[in-house]
Unconditional design. Structure first.
Lengths: 307, 301
């Protein structure tokens, strides 16, 4: 039996190591990738971990252990291969944490890109997907926080999703919804000059979540602003909470709506029920409840108006 | 009366049969449908296997060498059944080798020739066959333990992604039939069960036949349960993508994130590839064992 187990372990070692093993330094490890279609070809900009830079423990723009490489090609796979040619390393996308779609996919079906990423590039199915008019917005930013180059925008999406302010779209959800003919909400980033210290640049430019886009029939369709996005998340059941800011008696108040249930009625209207509390967890006074519910209605109406 | 010098326990027999069953579910490519169609195909395949194997299961409660017993009743039918089983087992060996090599290349070793992978797996299977029933049974228990642990880790890590309220697709008869045929071609465990009956040892007051039969019945139940649980797990985690991917375990494990291990697909697939190689060894050993049993002049029931 010992010999048999030894043989199994030996076979495993041989199988796992492979005959053409690639050293870590020979791999272009993609941490975040932006992809767009310019009407003729796919353009992929990727943030690569460069093992030739710093210690590799954390992002360090001063040591330049994160580099941006752009590739072009007639297909997504060809564009990724172009990155490999430019960088001189074998592409490794399994650790990619963020895929940013450009506005070029308003006209072109993004499904082949998603399928290639899942099947041929072995991207993890829980990799987040977001969009931006110029997808290189996020790959051009040198975020100073995070273990990987993608961590800051990923944290922004996760945090906004938890508060009900922005959707969270991962590769699996998009593939499933596209296959079943359902619509998906994708978080959208926009540039903003509000982030001194967030990036290594000194111009204060950063990226913020500014609503979402609907992926329908494989193409990026409607744009929803932040309010309409929050409302649509409640209507679609993607979220059951929202942060509300409203005025009452000349003063500004903020509260959290939770356990929100938005039910579509046959007449095209939406019936909403919710529990309300202050952001510190205390009960919301009775006199503020009506104003808060009006604000919640306004979010729902913004989503309905955008449909 | 001739006794086999290598003996295994009924519990070991149950373990190796279950390992073979689950490894076939995992490493064989599937076009299985997500939802009711896939689940119905899985259950129907288990029922068909069980019904076809019922004579062996009933016999196992009272006797040992199934094919030798047939031969004693009628020499021609004894040999015909043994050769038929051996041919089927040979086909299952070849099919398992091809499928597990493809699985290994597709999910783990993209740059390596499928022939090299196939040769390694074949070498392992032949070596396992040469080592005999006892070594196979003992290592099978260890492989099953390793495979169950890694698969449980994947299931636990995928709990956050499970959705049991997914919209299910409509029933598709064509997909059901395709899936059912695919699943039936992943069989072979009951043939192995019949081949291993002479190796099960007596234990305590219970007769070996009672224990063998109980192992077979428990395997039938556990095999069906594991097929259903895998269907439900893949459906809950992957949704429609279950029908789009050939290897749902690799897709599900790619999302499994445990502390520093960001994805468990490599480790999971490596363990199941070894389990598939073990399956090949079991099938190969059973093939020779069946023919060997029939060649013996005297047999005990």
């Amino acid at each position: 039996m010992k010999r048999l187990i030894f043989a199994a372990v030996l076979a495993g070692i041989m199988l796992l190591s492979g005959c053409e093993a690639t050293e870590l330094g020979g791999r272009a490890i993609i941490q975040a990738a932006a992809v767009d279609f310019d009407g003729h070809e796919y353009v992929v900009s990727a943030l690569l971990f460069s093992s030739g830079g710093g210690s590799g423990g954390e992002i360090d723009p001063s040591n330049e252990n994160v580099i941006k490489v752009t590739g072009r090609g007639s297909t997504f796979a060809a564009a990724v291969d172009d990155i490999s040619l430019t960088d001189g390393k074998e592409i490794y996308m399994s650790e990619n944490r963020l895929l940013i779609l450009g506005s070029g996919f308003s006209e072109t079906d993004v499904t082949p890109v998603l399928e290639t990423a899942a099947r041929d590039m072995w991207c993890s199915l829980n990799m987040l997907v977001c969009c931006a008019d110029d997808p290189e917005l996020l790959t051009d930013m040198h975020f100073t926080e995070g273990i990987t180059a993608a961590q800051k925008p990923v944290d922004m999406i996760e945090n906004a999703y938890r508060s009900g302010g922005s959707p969270r779209a991962d590769l699996l959800t998009l593939l499933n919804n596209t296959a079943a003919g359902r619509k998906s909400m994708i978080p959208m980033f926009s540039p903003e000059q509000n982030g001194f210290g967030m990036t290594s640049d000194e111009d204060g430019m950063t990226a913020v979540l500014s609503g979402s886009r609907i992926l329908s029939g494989g193409k990026l369709a409607e744009r929803l602003d932040s309010r309409a996005t929050a409302g649509e998340m409640l209507i679609s059941g993607n979220s059951d909470r929202a942060l509300l800011t409203f005025s009452h008696g000349g003063r500004e108040y903020s509260c959290e709506a939770y356990c929100v249930k938005a039910e579509r009625l046959e007449e095209g209207e939406v019936r909403v029920s919710a529990r309300l509390r202050r952001r510190n967890g205390e009960e919301l006074p009775e006199e503020l409840r009506q104003a808060a519910m009006l604000e919640l209605d306004a979010l729902i109406n913004a989503a309905l108006a955008a449909e | 009366m001739q006794e086999n010098s290598h003996k295994i326990s009924a519990a070991q027999l149950f373990c190796i049969l279950l390992l073979m069953r689950i490894s076939a579910e995992i490493v064989y490519p599937t076009s299985g449908g997500f939802g009711g169609t896939g689940l119905a195909a899985a259950l129907t395949a288990e029922v068909i296997r069980f019904v076809v194997a019922l004579p062996v299961l009933i016999y196992s409660f009272k006797g040992r060498s199934f094919y030798a017993a047939i031969k004693r009743k009628n020499c021609f039918w004894g040999w015909a059944s043994a050769i038929g089983a051996a041919v089927l087992l040979a086909w299952f060996v070849i099919r398992t080798l091809i499928c597990s090599s493809q699985f290994a290349q597709r999910v783990l070793l993209n740059n390596i020739s499928i022939w090299i992978i196939g040769a390694l797996l074949s070498g392992f299977a032949v070596y396992a066959t040469v080592k005999g029933a006892e070594a196979l049974a003992r290592s099978g228990v260890l492989f099953l333990a390793a495979a169950v642990i890694i698969t449980l880790l994947v299931i636990l890590a995928d709990i956050p992604y499970m959705q049991f309220d997914r919209e299910l697709p409509e029933w598709t008869t064509a997909l059901f039939i395709t899936d059912l045929i695919e699943r039936l071609t992943r069989s072979g465990e009951y043939l192995v069960f019949a081949a291993f009956l002479p190796y099960v040892k007596d234990s305590g007051n219970a007769k070996s036949g009672t224990r063998s039969g109980a192992a077979g019945m428990w395997y039938a139940f556990a095999g069906g349960l594991s097929a259903v649980l895998l269907c439900v797990f893949f459906g809950a985690v992957l949704g429609e993508y279950q029908s789009m991917t050939e290897y749902p375990i690799a897709a599900a494990a790619s999302m499994a994130d445990i502390v520093l291990l960001k994805r468990l697909d490599g480790l999971t697939c490596a363990v199941w590839i070894l389990a598939a190689a073990f399956r090949c060894g079991m099938l190969l050993f059973s093939m020779f064992s069946i023919l060997g049993e029939c060649r013996k002049k005297e047999e005990s029931i």
